[in-house]
Design a protein around this ligand. Structure first.
Ligand code: ATP
Ligand code: MG
Length: 576
């Protein structure tokens, strides 16, 4: 970012950093993004990424990627790989190698010994239930553990035994010796090491004791000389503990923790635990299901890095809790795709039209712009022919008032081509409309018809010069604005899943130019919305296809699948 941006702080963190740099507190700032690899990143993480990497960029500092990997049973390499991919895709690069809290396990163990030797930590044999009782409540101070006054030598020996695997899980823990009467419960002799007899994705079988988040985070920040350790508000109450450890240990630096309010988006859950449940229980097809608020889901849905960065920027950085309207997210992608996405025509629910006065074997190529404003995107060819498809929604047997589409006797313009008039409805034996017959006016290409008016403009494709496509239309995953909230009716977020969040249109017809579209490419389908070619398109094997798919295409048949990223209607943009 430019220097003028750096000189004009706009949020409280930019202000703090500007002041710190002006005061010469640090030669350069170092921030970090510290995900736990226990799930895929979601839109809330995108905000934290934009903030941490963005500040480093703005102030010519560094941002580290550090996996906060102290819960081996919930973590995995799959998540590590996905997180790295998502950060890169958003357009950020971490300084130096990827870091892991687990690479400080030796250091953290030495810090724990240091506390014990100082008389600031002890091995406690209270059971979990007992410990809860001793901890007290917000109103009542806790009680000292009966193991609190063990000697340094005894604690050293016991901790060594913990490390050696001599105790069972849960039999004992190492606790910092702070103050059982502290008003802040985090300071009531918090656990700093627990026994977990599980292998770790980075350190293997090396450890059977693992440090807690609180004992790990600040010291890891210090080891990396992080200057501004930015986290969400729920960690505010942990800050005194963060500072206590830094004050009681011989750490190489004194990072400072700052909190901001987390991003919440309505109609969405942003908790990895809940997202994992959606995946594990099959409510969605996977972490990257286009209905998921994960970065990978948003990407597959058709969101671009720019749109997510703009969205995160606009939500601001404050210490006030709030909920952002999901339409603001949709506005961000609409805005980006409006500028960049080539236009095309795709008929989602086709109804055949035969133009009786159009020569049977004639196909006329028509050049139309790919983008109405961006000439540089060039032209594409659409094909006029005797048989066409229009969308069923664009025909009404009895035209409602102000109907601007097709109906018996009415004339409409085919986008980019001629004006056509409806003459006849063809039905099957059950009475369903299966075809429309009409005529075209050869004198209306690029000019108004003589003596009559076209009611409106509709999109269409040539029957012979179009390709079959599957279109997946998505709606909100939840029917309730606050699926996460605790409720009186006892319903959980799983009870609030929208049963109609996915609609598969398997009979769609796309204009021929779309046959060459590649997974990830974006288009505006005229009059419909923005669509992105799904990763499943042209997949050789359908084995991994989400349940979302319709019947598999016959072997070898190309399958063009589009995800609707967002419709054209912009409720948020309008209200702004
Ligand atoms: P979750 O509750 O979804 O599991 P988490 O905080 O436990 O999230 P971490 O992997 O620990 O997940 O998060 C990495 C970083 O992202 C943390 O610094 C955290 O504060 C930040 N973060 C997580 N959720 C949000 C959010 N909704 N808004 C902003 N930042 C977030
Ligand atoms: Mg966390």
């Amino acid at each position: 970012m430019s220097e003028s941006a750096a000189n004009a702080p706009t949020n409280f963190l930019q202000k703090i950093i500007s002041e710190d740099l002006a005061a010469g507190k640090y030669p350069k700032i170092i921030t970090r993004f510290p995900p736990e690899p226990n799930g895929y990143l979601h839109i809330g993480h995108a905000k934290s990424i934009c903030l941490n990497f963005g500040l480093a960029e703005q102030f010519n500092g560094d941002c580290h990627l550090r996996f906060d990997d102290t819960n081996p049973e919930k973590e995995s390499q799959e998540y590590i790989d996905a997180i790295k991919r998502d950060i890169h895709w958003l357009g950020f690069s971490w300084a130096g190698e990827v870091r892991y809290s687990s690479s400080y396990f030796d250091k953290l163990y030495a810090y724990a010994l240091h506390l014990i030797e100082q008389g600031d930590a002890y091995v406690c044999h209270l059971s979990a239930d007992e410990a809860r009782e001793y901890r007290g409540t917000l109103k009542q101070p806790g009680k000292n553990s009966p193991y609190r006054e063990r000697s340094v030598a005894e604690n050293l020996a016991l901790f060594e035994q913990m490390r050696g695997g001599d105790f069972a899980e849960g039999e004992c823990v190492l606790r910092a010796k702070i103050d059982m009467a502290a008003p802040n419960i985090n300071l009531r002799d918090p656990i700093i090491y627990r026994i977990r007899k599980v292998a770790h994705h980075q350190t293997g079988e090396q450890w059977c004791i693992y440090p807690t988040y609180d004992f790990t985070h600040g010291q890891s920040d210090a080891e990396e000389h992080v200057t501004h350790s930015i986290c969400t508000l729920e960690f505010e109450d942990h800050r005194p503990l963060y500072e206590w450890f830094l004050a009681h240990l011989p750490v190489p630096a004194q990072p400072r923790q700052y909190e901001f309010s987390r991003l919440n988006v309505n109609y969405t859950v942003t908790s990895k635990r809940k997202l994992k449940q959606l995946v594990d229980e099959g409510h969605v097809a996977g972490w990257d299901d286009p209905r998921m608020p994960t970065i990978s889901g948003l990407r597959r849905r058709g969101y671009t890095p720019v749109s997510l960065r703009n969205f995160c920027e606009r939500t601001g950085v404050t210490r006030k809790e709030g909920v952002v309207d999901v339409s603001m997210l949709e506005h961000a992608i609409r805005e980006d795709l409006d500028t960049h996405a080539p236009r095309a025509m795709c008929v989602l629910n086709p109804l055949k039209v035969v133009l009786e006065n159009y020569p049977e074997d004639q196909v006329q190529a028509l050049e139309v712009p790919r983008h109405p404003q961006r000439e540089a995107l060039g032209k594409r060819t659409i094909y006029m022919s005797r048989e066409l498809y229009i969308d069923r929604a664009d025909f009404a047997e009895v035209a409602p008032p102000k109907w601007k589409r097709w109906s018996p006797g009415a004339a409409v313009r085919l986008r980019g081509a001629y004006v056509i008039t409806c003459r006849e409805i063809i039905r099957d034996s059950a009475g369903h409309i299966v075809e429309l017959r009409g005529s075209y006016d050869p004198d209306t290409l690029g000019k108004n018809p003589e003596g009559y008016k076209a009611k409106g403009v509709i999109h269409w494709v040539s029957a012979s010069e179009s390709v079959p496509a599957e279109v997946r239309q998505y709606d909100r995953l939840f029917v309730d604005a606050a699926p996460d909230a605790s409720r009186d009716d006892g319903k959980s977020f799983l009870d609030l899943i929208n049963p109609d969040s996915l609609q598969v249109l398997s009979e769609a017809r796309a204009e021929r130019s779309l046959a060459a579209a590649k997974p990830g490419e974006h288009f505006q389908f005229e009059r419909e919305g923005y669509f992105t070619v799904d990763a499943d398109s042209y997949a050789d094997s359908l084995a991994e296809t989400p349940q979302a798919s319709s019947a598999p295409a016959a072997a070898g048949e190309p399958r063009l699948i589009f995800n609707r990223t967002v419709s054209l209607r912009d409720s948020w943009g309008k209200t702004q």
